[in-house]
Design a protein around this ligand. Structure first.
Ligand code: ADP
Length: 665
């Protein structure tokens, strides 16, 4: 988790860096573009200045042609200066540079009041020496000319040698204002938003024209203006962001694109997070489903339309004793079909798959485990429909019925045991009756025989004659005693069962029969309720026999409630088994008896049946023996208790019997 976040952070940081670099490069590019533009502008300005100066020199030459005499010259010069603002002063000097005529611009009449014109003699001389050397117009380097203390302008001299008829006719000296050159010779539209300056080689500004917002960063371009005799540096300056607050278009586009990219990455991250969350939920749901399938005791099996197994759960694998790998992909005949029944199963499957409706309650079948043992199963099938609504196969739930069969078998066996026990009990009952009936006559036989023998002993003469009688009497005695012994041994047999009695709680009795009753109850949709009063003491009984009594009465109760009678949902499809102590009487502090009450809500018992209920072989059921209730009563009475029944309101019957409380030893 942490690593993933770190990775995301890294990607994000890289992206931001990339965008920053891009924006920076774009800005750089725009700036370089700006610089190129600026340099181009500076060059064009330089050439403007040069052309302007050339033109003004030509005009000067023309002026001299018009006014060749020192008298006329100043008038023409005054007019000339009023139209040539870049010049502040013109002079005509002779070949030795002595002034012949001069005129100062009307725009700056006080040019030579603070300092005299002759102070600029050095610059004039330099310009003219250049002019002579070049034999054409030449310029001097610029110089500062103070107008008042602390104020002044930057000027330069131009010397134009004059020729007349192949002879030197002196010089025309024009003094230019550097500032005026810029304002006059560069179109004002080109100066908008820019600043132009003449600078020295070291960058010191001599003259500046134009204004820029102070404090804003500027870009500049230099252009060398080469004049005859002197070289000047023109510097053009422009603010870095020429549009003021409006950033350059390219930067805006790249910036917007970068922001959109960042936004898209953000959205992607969000989408990814959602996807991860969904994946996690899906994994959880899958894990939950898997846990559920693995914990099922019901076997699950899916088949495709050709009958191939596509899925089995662990319960199914365990049932048939094969692994999922062995089962998946196997087709018909399935590996767990009994070999001799393959044909029959195949037909059955074909019929079932052809038929559109499947029995909801399923069908029973028999499977073979890997070790060869057979076991009964209940199969419930349903069509497997995919997300597009198309049937892709069949899903089956398989229940192993072995355990159920075992309980049913147990129940049948215990029923048989009951009947055997009951027969034994009946024999015992008869035997005790016989013993009771025979004991007295036998005792009489014995005593008569003894008396006879005594009499014979008292009259020995006669006794000798009657030897044979004596022998016979002795035999009588012997036989009688033997009969007595036989009877006693029968009585012992009955008593032996009595010895098997033990102390049992009502809970234990109910717990033993409950699974057996449940089998029938589930089939009939009956709810079973067992209830033992909290103060109910254990009873003293033959556990097996009492269990059979409870089973028999319970079963009768359920058989009296056939399906639909009473109807489902009426709350009456209930069989209640209850045990409670019989309230002790005033002179008996502890209870002597426990009462077992079995209540059903069945069809009840008619008046005429009531009388015959305990008659052996009375039954109203086609498969009934009619022995159950009779035996139950015998068993209960053998324990000293009583069995009775009465109708229950609003419908049904209540059977109840008592058993003695087990006394503490
Ligand atoms: P069997 O159950 O084999 O028929 P029983 O002696 O147990 O023999 O029962 C005899 C008859 O008594 C039954 O056939 C039935 O008609 C009737 N009977 C027993 N218990 C009930 C009951 N709870 N409700 C209605 N009839 C009953």
């Amino acid at each position: 988790m942490g690593r993933r976040w770190a990775l995301w952070g890294l990607i994000f940081a890289l992206l931001v860096a990339l965008l920053a670099v891009m924006v920076f490069l774009v800005r750089e590019y725009e700036e370089s573009q700006l610089l190129v533009q600026l340099e181009r502008n500076a060059a064009s300005m330089g050439s403007d200045v040069r052309t302007g100066l050339n033109r003004s020199i030509q005009n000067l030459q023309a002026l001299h042609g018009l006014a060749p005499t020192p008298e006329l010259w100043p008038i023409q010069a005054a007019e000339f200066l009023s139209t040539h603002r870049e010049m502040v002063h013109i002079e005509w000097r002779d070949a030795d540079l002595r002034p012949m005529a001069a005129r100062t611009t009307p725009y700056m009449p006080r040019l030579y009041t603070y300092r005299a014109r002759r102070d600029s003699q050095v610059d004039v001389a330099q310009a003219c020496s250049n002019a002579t050397r070049l034999s054409g117009p030449a310029f001097s380097p610029s110089y500062f000319w103070p107008l008042s203390p602390g104020q002044g302008i930057e000027l330069m001299e131009m010397c134009l040698p004059l020729m007349r008829d192949g002879q030197s006719d002196g010089y025309l000296i024009a003094t230019y204002s550097l500032a005026a050159i810029l304002t006059e010779m560069i179109p004002s539209s080109a100066l908008r938003g820019q600043r132009v300056a003449w600078t020295e080689a070291d960058g010191t500004r001599l003259t500046i024209v134009g204004n820029l917002p102070s404090g804003s960063p500027v870009v500049h371009a230099n252009h060398l203006v080469d004049l005859q005799g002197a070289t000047y540096l023109l510097r053009l300056e422009q603010p870095k962001a020429p549009g003021g607050w409006l950033p350059p278009v390219l930067t805006v586009i790249v910036g917007t694109l970068s922001l959109s990219l960042l936004g898209a990455v953000g959205l992607l991250v969000r989408d990814l997070r959602r996807r991860l969350l969904a994946e996690q939920r899906l994994a959880e749901a899958l894990a939950f489903r898997k846990a559920m399938e693995d914990s099922l005791v019901t076997g699950l099996r899916a088949r495709d339309m050709e009958g191939r197994i596509t899925y089995v759960n662990p319960a199914f694998c365990q049932m048939v004793g094969l692994t999922a790998e062995q089962l998946l992909g196997t087709s018909i005949p399935a590996p767990y079909w009994p070999p001799e029944q393959i044909d029959e199963y195949r037909q059955r499957l074909a019929v079932r798959l052809a038929g559109k409706v499947l029995p909801r309650e399923g069908f029973e079948s028999e499977f073979v485990r890997a070790d060869g043992t057979r076991f009964p199963v209940l199969i419930i099938e349903a069509p497997l429909i995919n997300a597009q609504g198309v049937q892709t196969g069949w899903m089956s739930a398989i229940l192993d019925l072995s355990e159920q069969r075992r309980i049913e078998e147990q129940s049948r066996a215990s029923q048989e045991r009951l009947q055997a026990t009951a027969r034994l009990a009946m024999a015992g009952e008869m035997a005790s009756l016989i013993s009771h009936e025979l004991n007295q006559p036998l005792a009489a036989i014995s005593s008569y025989a003894t008396g006879s023998l005594n009499l014979m002993e008292q009259a020995p003469q006669r006794a000798a004659d009657d030897g044979a009688i004596q022998t016979a009497l002795q035999r009588i005695q012997e036989q009688a005693e033997r009969a007595g012994r036989v009877i006693r041994s029968v009585a012992d047999l009955v008593r032996r069962r009595e010895r098997e009695r033990e102390s049992v709680t009502a809970q234990a009795l109910f717990a033993a029969i409950q699974p057996l009753l449940m089998l029938q109850a589930r089939k009939l949709g009956i709810t079973l309720e067992t209830q033992v009063a909290t103060d109910c003491p254990p009873v003293f009984c033959d556990r097996t026999m009492i269990e059979q009594v409870l089973l028999n009465i319970g079963r009768n109760g359920m058989q009296a409630m056939p399906p639909g009678q009473p109807p489902m949902g009426s709350g009456l499809r209930r069989l209640r088994l209850r045990a409670e102590p019989v309230a002790p009487s005033t002179w008996q502090k502890t209870p002597e008896w426990v009462r077992f009450v079995i209540t059903d809500h069945g069809i009840g018992i008619s008046q005429e049946d009531t009388e015959r209920l305990f008659t052996p072989f009375f039954t109203t059921k086609p498969e009934g023996m009619g022995l159950g209730l009779n035996l139950c009563r015998t068993v209960v009475e053998q324990h000293g208790g009583m069995l009775a029944f009465e109708p229950h309101q609003p419908q049904g019957t209540v059977f109840q019997f008592t058993l003695p409380v087990a006394k503490a030893l």
